[in-house]
Design a protein around this ligand. Structure first.
Ligand code: MLT
Length: 399
């Protein structure tokens, strides 16, 4: 028999969101009449914006004619989309990128999970805690050791530098799951720290479109020196409702380098290109056309409207939670609200209570890491009606 990668046995049996879905399904099966409002996984509810739908139709027509048909595309994405990203997502923020520093993919989750391939297996990894489980699980799969940087009320959810040196640091801002942010000064300190210690920051900015406050950077490259120490991941899932279409991108600047075993410096851009061209055949042509359509004036306006819709839900969540006598963070620059459980209740206990009494499903904070114990996460990705109804139920049931 073939020997397995035993590191998989170190993982919890189910991926967090699969486990939450399993428990919700079991509750629904036992209580068929209950109308559960799902505020657990951050999956969007609004349909694709009309500009993207139109582009999808047109791309399907392209695929029906020999002269416009597209087979395999460039593994790192079509230039028509990379150039839009460069000109719309970065140039207006004073960030100059080359189109070949941008790698289009089937979503940030895949890239965040795969990026570990280009680093030595004995790299030491730091993650903020609580954390998006993909960073931890994918490093555990490779047998890497993980340092948790607690983000709690005690430090106002601002992580401190690791006590011991690390090689890779995952930062996600606006943060999933807490919805908190780092301001410009705080993020600059992380960039300076990474440059001093030679660490690489893996910066997940999947939620940047929800930023409403001026002092919160949208891209890590807005900070001095970040191109020499950071890789940035972005997603169209939450911006443009692409959770079902799958498209995102990763920026690996040419200025970012690592060392090989002999101490020679190597461009990470080159390694990621090598990895992607070997293991990935590119996001599909119609999907990239749909993503491109987001950058038209109509597309931009439609996306903004959807983001504002979810931000309004986030505001209602915060207000509802406070009116119910609970405290929370987030929801101002992020679609997530991080709710402190009532005195003495653990995350999973409060998950059960909310589900049983209010038929509202959340994500237990401890599923995101040890510092998440005593919290649950609610998502604003729902309809306005469901958000209002969920808050009403939570207030009524006096949790
Ligand atoms: C979440 O709920 O944290 C996200 O939807 C997960 C993801 O983006 O993969």
């Amino acid at each position: 028999m073939a020997q397995i990668n035993s590191h998989y046995l170190q993982l919890s049996q189910n991926y967090l969101f699969s486990e939450v879905a399993r428990r919700i399904a079991a509750f629904q099966a036992a209580n068929p009449d209950s109308k559960i409002i799902k505020m657990s996984i951050g999956d969007v509810t609004r349909p694709l914006c009309p500009a993207a739908v139109e582009a999808l139709h047109k791309a399907a027509d392209d695929q029906s004619r020999p002269e416009t048909f597209h087979g395999y595309g460039p593994e790192q994405g079509y230039a028509f989309l990379a150039e839009k990203i460069r000109d719309f997502d970065y140039a207006p923020r004073g960030v100059k990128l080359e189109a070949d520093e941008i790698f289009i993919s089937d979503g940030a989750k895949s890239d965040l999970g795969n990026i570990g391939d280009i680093f030595a297996t004995d790299c030491r990894v730091a993650v903020t805690d609580p954390v998006y489980p993909v960073y931890v699980d994918t490093n555990v799969m490779l047998g890497r050791s993980i340092t948790y940087l607690p983000c709690t009320e005690a430090n106002d959810f601002v992580p401190q530098f690791p006590a011991e040196p690390v090689d890779l640091i995952y930062l996600c801002y606006p943060n999933n799951p807490t919805g908190t942010t780092l301001n410009r000064t705080q993020l600059q300190q992380w960039v300076d720290y990474a440059r001093q210690t030679g660490a690489v920051i893996l910066f997940d900015s999947a939620y940047e479109c929800f930023i409403t406050e001026a002092d919160v950077p949208h891209s890590i490259y807005e900070l001095e020196g970040a191109k020499e120490c950071a890789i940035e991941f972005r997603s169209y899932s939450k911006t443009a409702g692409f959770t079902g279409l799958r498209c995102g991108y990763t920026v690996v600047p040419h200025a970012l380098r690592g060392t090989d075993e002999q101490g020679n410096t190597v461009e990470l851009n080159q390694l990621w290109r090598r990895r992607q061209t070997t293991k990935f055949n590119g996001a599909s042509y119609p999907i990239q056309r749909a993503a491109e359509a987001i950058y038209t004036p109509e597309g931009q306006a439609q996306v903004r409207e959807t983001v504002d819709y979810y931000l309004n839900n986030a505001r209602l969540l915060r207000e509802g939670i406070e009116a119910a006598g609970l405290t929370c963070r987030g929801g101002v620059n992020a679609p997530y609200v991080w709710v402190k459980t009532p005195e003495g209740l653990g995350s999973w206990e409060f998950f059960d209570l909310l589900l049983q009494r209010a038929n509202v499903a959340c994500t237990p904070g401890v599923g995101f890491g040890p510092s998440g114990e005593g919290y649950v996460r609610l998502t604003a990705f729902n309809t306005l009606e469901a958000t209002l109804e969920a808050m009403q139920r939570i207030m009524n049931y006096e949790l």
